[in-house]
Each structure stands twice: as C-alpha cells, then as structure tokens.
Design a protein around this ligand. Structure first.
Ligand SMILES: Cc1ncc(COP(=O)(O)O)c(C=O)c1O
Length: 358
C-alpha cells in the first residue's frame, strides 16, 4: 500500500532516550524542559523573536484571531485551504470574506483583496498553499494602508523560505501545524509565531488558560503540548534537510515522468526555496481526476483531494462570495503520494497508472 504520505520516524531508541529526560522527572507537560528546548531550537532556525509550541495547528489560528482584540468583524481569507482555516474564523465568531485565488500558485489573489476590505475588516488570514508563499509584499502593503493585521496560516510552510527568509517569519502572526502528515512533525502539534512583544504576551497567556500561577490576566484556553510531543520534534528536527532533499528527489522523478502530460502544477513565486510538502496535480476535468483516483485506489495507492471543496461552498454556512478559480481548481486537483521514503519505483508505478488514464 502507498499512502498519500508516510510519517517520518526517528530512531526509536533515540526517542526513548529523549522522553526519558521527562520520564525520570515525572514532568510530562506544563512547559517542561523538552518543550522549552524545542521552542529555542525552532526560534533560532526560523530567525523569529517569539514562538510558542502548541497542541495543534488549529488552536493557534483561533488564538491568533482572538489576540487581535475584536468581538466581531470580517476576516478576509482564502477559499483554497484546509477547512481548519475557515473553521477558526467561524469558531471565533467572525465572518469569513472569501477572496478568490490566483491560478499560478493557488494562494489568495492579492490583487483582489483591496476590493473586499470594508470598515468591518479586522484581518487578512491567508494560507501559504502547499508551502508556496502568498504575495507577501502586496499583502503587507494593503494591510498597512488599511491598518489591519496579517495572519499567515503557514501549516504547510515549515522549512520553506522566501527571499532568503523563513516563510514562518512573515506576517504579524504566523501559525504552523506539526501534525504527523507534515514535513516536520511532533505527532500532533503546532506553533504560533510573532515578532511583536505585546502580541506574544497575549498569546502565551492564552495558551495557558490566561493565568500565571495565581494571577489571572485574560481569557485563555488549553493550547499547550506535552514533553512526549516535544521529544518527537527534538528527534525529528536534525533530519529536516534530509527529509526535504528526499522529497525533492521524489518530486523531480514525478516531474520527469509526467512531463508532456495533460496536467498542470502550481508554480511558486520566484525566490522561493521550496520544502516539497506536497505533489499536487491539476487534471483537465473532475472526471479525469475521479478516474485516476479510482485506478490508483484499485492498486492500493491512496491520494487526497486537497483541497476540496472550495471553502466558500462548505455546506454548513451560507456564503455569498463566489470564487470561480478556487471552485474550478478544487474540483480538479489531486495530491499524489509524497514522503521522504517513497521510492523511485513507487513514483514510476504511480505515474504509469496516471498516464494510462490521461
Ligand atoms: C492549511 C492548514 N491549516 C491548518 C491545519 C490544521 O492543523 P492541525 O491538524 O495541526 O490542527 C492544517 C492541517 O492539515 C492545514 O493544512
């Protein structure tokens, strides 16, 4: 069986040795030594001022939105992302305003953002789709002009950089997921990043129920993560470059085998140093996608419709915004299997099956 991804695992004994440090002290959570060590390491790597390790990449979106200090308001966002991006906006009681994506890198179309801004807009929440950067400069300029904040859902972007800076260092706040399906993972986990001291103070309080000891400062939630999860991050982190290189090699094999076929692929902005987080392919129509998917499944090869549906069409809320580009691409895009361990033979088999349909 070939799954859409395969979780990278470090050496088992190394993991046991690492958790032993927490085990021996019976200190398993609540900002322990391993959590602090991982945070320090990630901060250094990313070149950011504040980074807080959290339970997942969804709670950080909620914390980021809440930290802006509004009770109601509109959040300009992308319809082409994982549902967590939209859910966080709805969960926090804000109104998502969907702005369509561009058909090159599938990120929010920065040229369409300004027309969607109203007096109720509180923020832009955009996703670096598949690890491809949004048009960061344009978005920053718009946000400055209108005095609104930018939050990047950078769940896919760990290890990717843009213009020589880690992608997670951009925006007023960036969030990431360290879920087991990601390039870098801590089983479950995530982080929230900002270079703003005041925002950081708010966020770290939110993460721990809003209090420090007996002093209660604000509303809060349980956004923490455990020593066992931090240990996985500590063990995985030294392998990051090897993981990315292996994924790059597999992606190059796909590129070569699928060259000349009736498909297209998102293209990142120049000056992107990509992390090879996914291998999405856009087919000519949905029928072709469904046929490819079925044939691969028959051969025990599992793909993912990522992202589908376009989030402006989610069935559980009434949304007036139309996003023709996102609606079209989401029907035709399929993520093919990619991991650090996928072999050339496996990629070749997948491509042969894909080509037999298209
Ligand atoms: C773009 C995006 N945002 C948010 C999330 C949520 O992350 P988590 O699963 O860690 O809560 C994901 C997870 O896949 C994602 O892809």
């Amino acid at each position: 069986m070939i799954n859409v991804t395969k979780t990278f695992l470090p050496d088992f004994n190394e993991y046991v040795q690492t958790i032993k440090r927490a085990w021996d002290k019976a200190h398993l959570t609540n900002n322990g030594e391993l959590v602090q060590e991982l945070e320090k390491e990630l901060k250094q790597y990313l070149g950011v001022k504040h980074l807080w390790f959290t339970g997942n990449g969804t709670i950080v979106l909620q914390m980021a939105l809440k930290a802006l200090g509004h009770k109601t308001g509109e959040v300009i966002t992308t319809p082409f992302s994982y549902v967590a991006t939209t859910n966080a906006i709805l969960w926090e009681g804000f109104t998502p305003i969907f702005v369509d994506i561009n058909d090159k890198d599938f990120c929010i179309d920065a040229d369409k953002i300004e027309a969607a801004i109203t007096e109720n807009t509180i923020a832009i929440l955009a996703t670096h789709v598949y690890g491809n950067p949004c048009d960061i400069e344009k978005i920053e300029a718009i946000a400055k002009r209108h005095n609104i904040k930018v939050i990047y859902d950078a769940a896919h972007a760990f290890g990717a950089s843009y213009k020589g800076k880690q992608m997670l260092s951009y925006g007023d706040i960036s969030t990431c997921s360290f879920h087991a399906t990601k390039v870098f993972h801590t089983v479950e986990g995530g982080c929230i990043i900002t270079n703003d001291d005041a925002l950081s103070q708010t966020l770290v309080l939110y993460r721990q129920f809003g209090h420090i000891g007996d002093d209660y400062y604000s509303v809060g939630i349980n956004g923490k993560n455990s020593e066992f999860h931090a240990a996985m991050g500590i063990c995985n982190f030294p392998h990051l470059n090897t993981i990315i290189e292996a994924r790059k090699t597999a992606s190059a094999t796909y590129d070569k085998a699928l060259a000349g076929c009736a498909i297209y692929r998102p293209v990142a902005l120049p000056e992107t140093d990509y992390n090879y987080a996914y291998y999405p392919v856009v087919f000519k129509d949905e029928t072709t996608l469904l046929n490819v998917r079925a044939l691969l499944a028959k051969n025990d090869i599992f793909t993912r419709r990522y992202f589908y549906p376009s989030l402006n069409l989610l069935p559980f809320f009434n949304n007036p915004n139309q996003c023709p580009v996102s609606e079209d691409i989401s029907k035709r895009v399929l993520s093919l299997p990619l991991s650090a361990e996928i072999t050339t033979e496996e990629v070749t088999t997948i491509c042969r099956l894909v080509k037999s349909i298209i």
